[in-house]
Design a binder for this molecule. Structure first.
Ligand code: ADP
Ligand code: MG
Length: 239
C-alpha cells in the first residue's frame, strides 16, 4: 500500500491517502493531548501501543458482528482503514460516573450507572466538545435522526460486548468515546478504541489504567496501556 499525501493531522493521529481512493493509512503518533489540546506531550511508544491496541479491539468487535473502518495493520504504528464521511459527533457511554459528568451534575465519583448513560457531544475543541442532544443534531444538520439513532444503538451494543471483554481482564470499563462515519451509505465504527478514549479501572484496586494517568500526572502512562493490552492477550511489538 502506497502512502501518497497527508490529508489530516489531528491531535494524536495523521491520515494519508493511498493508491486505493477509498482507503486511508491511519498513523498513530506519540503525541498525547488532554483538556481539548491544552496539555500536549509526546510519550515514547504511544503510537505503536495504541495502533496495535486499536487493531485488537476493532478485530474483536468485528468478530462480534460490529462493522468498522479497520482493514488491517500495516506496521507497528500504522493501519489501513476505509475513508469515511465522518459525523462531527462523539458518542459516549458511561457505566460509572466520573470526570466531566460529576462536575456538570454534582454526581458522586464512581457511582454505578445502571442502565449505562449515553451522551452525544459535538466534536469541536474550540468549544470544548459541548454536550448536545438529538434535537441539536437534527436542527443543525449534523446527522439525520436515523443516523443519530444508529450511532446510539451501536454505541450501546458495543458497550455490552466491551464490558464483558474488559471484565475478563479484571478491568472495569468506566466510560468511552466513539466516532462513526458513513462508507457507501453504511454506518461504520471509525477512529480508535484505545486507553486514550476510554476509562479503565482495575477491578480490585480501582487504579486508573487509561489517559487519566496523563491528565492527572500519575506517571507510567504507556507502560500501563501495555499492561492492559497484555491482560487482554495482546502481543504488542515495539521494534
Ligand atoms: N475512517 C476514517 N475516515 C476519515 N476520517 C477519519 C476516520 N477515522 C477517524 N477519522 C478522523 O481522523 C482524525 C483522527 O485524528 P485525531 O488525532 O484523533 O484527531 P482529533 O484531534 O480530531 O481527535 C479525527 O478527526 C477523526 O474524526
Ligand atoms: Mg481523536
Amino acid at each position: 500500500m502506497e502512502k501518497i499525501s497527508q490529508i489530516t493531522t489531528g491531535k494524536a493521529k495523521s491520515l494519508y491517502t493511498t493508491n486505493e481512493p477509498d482507503q486511508l493509512i491511519m498513523e498513530f503518533r506519540d503525541d498525547t493531548s488532554a483538556f481539548d489540546g491544552k496539555k500536549m506531550e509526546a510519550l515514547d511508544n504511544k503510537g505503536k501501543v495504541n495502533n496495535q491496541f486499536n487493531a485488537f479491539v476493532m478485530e474483536f468487535l468485528a468478530s462480534k458482528g460490529i462493522e468498522t473502518h479497520f482493514i488491517k495493520l500495516l506496521s507497528n504504528h500504522e493501519s489501513l482503514v476505509y475513508k469515511l464521511e465522518m459525523f462531527p459527533i462523539e458518542c459516549v457511554v458511561r457505566n460509572r460516573a466520573t470526570g466531566s459528568l460529576c462536575k456538570r451534575l454534582g454526581i458522586e465519583d464512581g457511582l454505578i450507572l445502571d442502565p449505562p448513560l449515553f451522551e452525544f457531544f459535538l466534536k469541536d475543541d474550540e468549544l470544548g466538545d459541548p454536550l448536545i442532544n438529538d434535537h441539536h443534531i437534527e436542527s443543525f444538520g449534523w446527522a439525520t435522526q436515523e443516523d443519530a439513532d444508529a450511532m446510539r444503538d451501536l454505541t450501546l451494543e458495543i458497550n455490552d460486548i466491551l464490558v464483558d471483554f474488559f471484565k475478563e481482564a479484571n478491568l472495569i470499563l468506566v466510560d468511552y468515546k466513539l466516532e462513526f462515519g458513513k462508507f457507501q451509505g453504511k454506518m461504520l465504527l471509525a477512529d480508535e478504541f484505545t486507553p486514550d478514549g476510554c476509562r479503565l479501572w482495575d477491578k480490585d484496586t480501582l487504579t486508573k489504567m487509561d489517559k487519566d494517568r496523563f491528565r492527572q500526572d500519575l506517571g507510567n502512562v504507556i507502560e500501563t496501556y501495555g499492561e492492559v493490552g497484555e491482560r487482554l492477550g495482546m502481543k504488542i511489538k515495539l521494534d
